[in-house]
Each structure stands twice: as structure tokens, then as C-alpha cells.
Design a binder for this molecule. Structure first.
Ligand SMILES: CC(C)(COP(=O)(O)OP(=O)(O)OC[C@H]1O[C@@H](n2cnc3c(N)ncnc32)[C@H](O)[C@@H]1OP(=O)(O)O)[C@@H](O)C(=O)NCCC(=O)NCCS
Length: 247
């Protein structure tokens, strides 16, 4: 599969507990992944982990022209996976108990985060810990009914950006702020030790399959520059009406 310089491919699949993940795991996972998989006991966590590995390996295999089981990863000390040996493709993963996604870029670092659409209220409860002072001030200016919605966008944007940079979400979240300043579009402010050139980053929120997706990249998102690619069966396919809605 080819990817153009300004394009991003967003591979996705549902996490479905009904399939028989162990059989796929034997075939596709590395020894390290298989060991991690065996340490998981809850059926939901096993399915989530496995589908994210199957998705990432299958997606990347299409660009590398190798079988999924031959895709080789390395990780930074903070956990960011990348291809080993490095190549022109960068990617990032996120998953929930219902959905796994893998974003692929051929033009620089990229980060992705997904959260269920209903999580805004829960995120508001920890706003004091996770959001910066300026973000909280801007949140407080909104109608209380709109605040959970904004909190969900802020949370996913911060995670996507920190993941694109390969940083840790818990230690660095306060050093960055996404502010809308009445424009309807999030702009990044960051302390220079995190990002000396915040203006080089671009962000996008998309709602898809009952989740909010945030993307962070150093390439501008143009109209229809994010192409959704569904992992082929055995993962269930969506109904025709389940189309992404770009925010
Ligand atoms: C990365 C992090 C934001 C993930 O948050 P999450 O919402 O629980 O998980 P998501 O589903 O969105 O993403 C998980 C995937 O992100 C990727 N990832 C993990 N750490 C990452 C990092 N630092 N940067 C970019 N991507 C990362 C991995 O692919 C991971 O899935 P995998 O382990 O199955 O491969 C969070 O775990 C974090 O802040 N990690 C930093 C860890 C850290 O500070 N460690 C200190 C040493 S213990």
C-alpha cells in the first residue's frame, strides 16, 4: 500500500471478545508480545491487547511489504514503539475496550489518542490535576453543559501530542495547554523544554464509532487527508452509517 507525503492512514478495528484471539496471537506475536499477552488474565484486556497488536502488525506490513509477523518494533524508555530498523513510516497506537486504532504517517512524527464519547464528565472531575491553569480558566468560561465536551477534546489532544513526542502523559500534562481563544480551533502553548516551536504542530479531532479521536502531527491536515482503513475480517465490519465526523 502506498501513502503520500501529506496523507495519513488511520487503520482501525473493533475489539471483539467473541473471536478466538489466542489462535491469531500464536501466529502474529513476537516472543515479547506473547509473554505480555499471557500475563493478561481478563478476557477484555486480552482481546484489547491482541487486537491492537494484530492491527498494528497488519497495517504496517502493507507499507513494508513483509508479513505481519515479521514487523519488528523497538521501544523508547517511556514506551513509544517505532519500527526497527527505522524507515520512512511513523505510527502510533491507541485502544479502548471497544476500538483499536493505528495512525500511519510518511511525513514525520504522529500521535493518536481515542476515548469513548461519554468520558467527558469523568475527565471534568480530574480537571484540576490534568489541565493547566489556562485550560481550566478557558473551560470555566464555557456553559457548564459544554464543559465535558471540551474536556474530552482537551484530554485527547494532550495525549495525542505527548504521544507524538514520545513523552509521558502524567509527568508533562501541565506543561502544555490547548486554548481555543474563541476560534473554535485548538492552538498549542507549551513550555520550551517540551516544545520550542509549538506552531509547527497541527491537530485534529474526529468523532468515530462512539469515540473521540485526536491526532497530532507536524504535517498540516488538509481536507480528506486522513484516510480510514478498516482491518479486514475476522474483525467485524461497521454498518454503512458509521462514518467518521470531522470536528
Ligand atoms: C502513553 C500513554 C499516554 C498511554 O495512555 P493510554 O490512554 O493508557 O493508552 P493508549 O491506548 O492511548 O495508548 C497505548 C499505546 O501508546 C503507545 N505508547 C506507550 N507509551 C508511549 C509514549 N511514551 N509515547 C508514545 N506512544 C506511547 C503504545 O503503543 C501503547 O500501546 P502498547 O503498549 O500496547 O504498544 C501513557 O501510558 C503514558 O503516559 N505513558 C508514559 C509512561 C511513562 O511515563 N513511563 C514512565 C516509566 S514507567
Amino acid at each position: 500500500m502506498q501513502i503520500k507525503a501529506k496523507e495519513m492512514h488511520l487503520w482501525w478495528c473493533r475489539v471483539n471478545h467473541q473471536h478466538h484471539p489466542e489462535m491469531m496471537a500464536e501466529r502474529l506475536l513476537s516472543d515479547e508480545e506473547r509473554a505480555r499477552f499471557k500475563r493478561l488474565h481478563a478476557a477484555g484486556k486480552r482481546a484489547e491487547f491482541l487486537m491492537s497488536r494484530v492491527l498494528a502488525r497488519t497495517a504496517l506490513s502493507h507499507y513494508l511489504n513483509i508479513p505481519p509477523e515479521e514487523v519488528n518494533f523497538k521501544r523508547t524508555p517511556l514506551g513509544k514503539p517505532s519500527l526497527d530498523p527505522p524507515c520512512h513510516i511513523e505510527f502510533n497506537l491507541s485502544n479502548t475496550s471497544k476500538l483499536a486504532v493505528c495512525i500511519i504517517s510518511a511525513s514525520g512524527p504522529v500521535g493518536i489518542d481515542i476515548e469513548p464519547l461519554g468520558r467527558g464528565g469523568e475527565i471534568m472531575e480530574i480537571a484540576d490535576i490534568f489541565f493547566s491553569g489556562t485550560e481550566r480558566e478557558e473551560l470555566a468560561t464555557l456553559d457548564p453543559r459544554s464543559q465535558p465536551e471540551r474536556a474530552l477534546s482537551l484530554w485527547t489532544l494532550k495525549e495525542a501530542f505527548l504521544k507524538a513526542k514520545g513523552l509521558g502523559i502524567y509527568s508533562e500534562a501541565e506543561k502544555i495547554a490547548f486554548l481555543y481563544r474563541g476560534t473554535g480551533r485548538p492552538g498549542l502553548a507549551a513550555s520550551p523544554d517540551i516544545e520550542p516551536m509549538p506552531e509547527r504542530w497541527h491537530f485534529k479531532n474526529i468523532d468515530f464509532m462512539d469515540h473521540r479521536i485526536a491526532l497530532a502531527a507536524t504535517t498540516p491536515f488538509q481536507a480528506s487527508s486522513v484516510r480510514f482503513v478498516a482491518l479486514k475480517p475476522p474483525v467485524a465490519m461497521p454498518a454503512a452509517s458509521e462514518q467518521p465526523s470531522i470536528l
